[in-house]
Design a protein around this ligand. Structure first.
Ligand SMILES: [Zn+2]
Length: 422
């Protein structure tokens, strides 16, 4: 997989590199996530909060800092709880990573504290479901496992780093942390990821504006001398990156400025980036073909579209637009015909997982499928291709369904991914 048209020329090479980790022929892994379509969630008690998410465009880390203002928990870098037994962050023996089963899946057991309501549980489950479709991480209900995540509404949004043993708390406060990107940020800490701007090579990508950081907060900008960067690019759009004004002591003054191009957006509003996914897949040796498209409109093609392709693969593309409803149409379609489209097909879901409502069931042949529109901001495209064939594949274009103009749109974000091949 590789982008055919970069809306992010400055990080184009990083996307290529990132995609290597997730590309290639793969095995089909089952995902099991009891997630209802996002329409249900939008109608839930979270509606007001979700609407605000679209309007304010606030970055993930800023939300976390706000939620953690009154916390009594001792936190490092704003939201990481360090265990007493581990003074320095060192996971070189992999003991703080979650174990991989022989089927390639990394199962992370969890329990929810009983104080969440149904809508909150669905929302956290949807944040988990994106990991499950894009990576080999599978969050599973705990049965008897001794190491697990205890997800509860503590005071603030915080997590421990990596697997610490026993029932470790991931705090997702009901008021203030119920955002997909925030939940994914905290879960990613528990998987063993630190903040992106703490990487050993960060000074090549960002300038820290120390004069706008109070001495008590300077430790939050400490750089790791020996971080494991997994051979993958620095990611300004990582869900693990601080926002540009994090810990600023002067309103309007940035504490992190991208170099050399200060206009590159920093931080993430919506969820995991493609490089976040590539890093998880590399750290956990996942064999997964997946990609995210997060621009308000864009396109997706099958590998070698318009020429004969080869190889068996199952690939997933999560289209996640910033607002409104995703609508997609097929500009070209030719897949090998077979009974019940068993051999190869495209299937489309109204949401983020294979348990979401089906918008387009398995489709093959040469008749172009109808336009489909999701109930919300996400659509999942599943493409199974069955070896060498005469078919030429497909090309999809998608748009944000409603055309209401946006006040503070980020359509011009250079980091948003507009076009993909898979
Ligand atoms: Zn964090």
């Amino acid at each position: 997989m590789a982008p055919i048209e970069g809306s992010a020329p400055s990080i184009g090479s990083s996307m290529n590199e990132g995609q290597k980790a997730t590309g290639g022929d793969i095995t089909v892994y089952p995902t099991k996530s009891e997630v209802t379509p996002s329409s249900d969630i939008l109608q839930s008690t979270q509606e007001a909060e979700l609407a605000t998410e679209t309007d304010t465009q606030e970055d993930v880390f800023n939300r976390i800092l706000k939620a953690n203002t009154d916390t009594t928990q001792h936190l490092r870098e704003g939201d990481i709880v360090m265990t007493k037994s581990r003074s320095a962050i060192d996971c070189s023996d992999r003991s703080c990573f979650w174990p991989q089963s022989s089927d390639g899946i990394v199962r992370v057991p969890y329990v929810f504290s009983p104080d969440y309501d149904e809508a909150q549980i669905r929302w956290i489950s949807e944040a988990m479901a994106e990991f499950e479709i894009l990576t080999c991480i599978d969050f599973v209900n705990r049965t008897t496992e001794s190491d697990y995540l205890n997800i509860k509404s503590g005071k603030g949004c915080w997590s421990q780093y990596g697997k610490t043993g026993g029932g470790q708390i991931v705090s997702v406060m009901k008021q203030g942390c119920m955002w997909k990107g925030v939940i994914q940020h905290e879960l990613n800490h528990a998987l063993g990821f630190l903040h992106e701007q703490g990487r050993s090579d960060r000074d090549s990508y960002v300038k820290i504006m120390w004069e706008y950081i109070n001495s008590g907060n300077k430790g939050n900008f400490k750089k790791s001398d020996n971080s494991n960067n997994l051979g993958l690019q620095y990611d300004y759009s990582s869900v693990m990156h601080y926002g540009t004004n994090a810990f600023s002591n002067t309103p309007g003054k940035a504490t992190i400025i991208p170099i050399p191009d200060a206009s590159i957006p920093v931080g993430q509003r919506y969820g995991l980036s493609n490089l976040d996914v590539a890093k998880i897949n590399k750290l956990y040796n996942c064999n997964r073909c997946s990609t995210i498209l997060d621009s308000p409109s864009g396109s997706l093609s099958s590998d070698n579209y318009a020429s004969k392709y080869s190889g068996n693969a199952t690939c997933f593309c999560l289209i996640r637009i910033p607002s409104k409803r995703v609508s997609l149409q097929f500009d070209a379609f030719s897949l090998k015909s077979s009974t019940d489209c068993k051999t190869e097909y495209v299937k489309i879901y109204d949401g983020v997982s294979q348990s979401s409502e089906v918008l387009l069931d398995k489709t093959c042949g040469t008749k172009s499928p109808p336009t489909v529109t999701a109930s919300g901001r996400t659509i999942l495209v599943e493409f199974v291709r069955g070896g060498t064939g005469a078919a030429t594949g497909f090309k999809i274009s998608y748009t944000s369904g409603r055309s209401k103009p946006r006040k503070n749109g980020r359509e011009s974000d250079v980091n948003n991914i507009k076009s993909k091949v898979f």
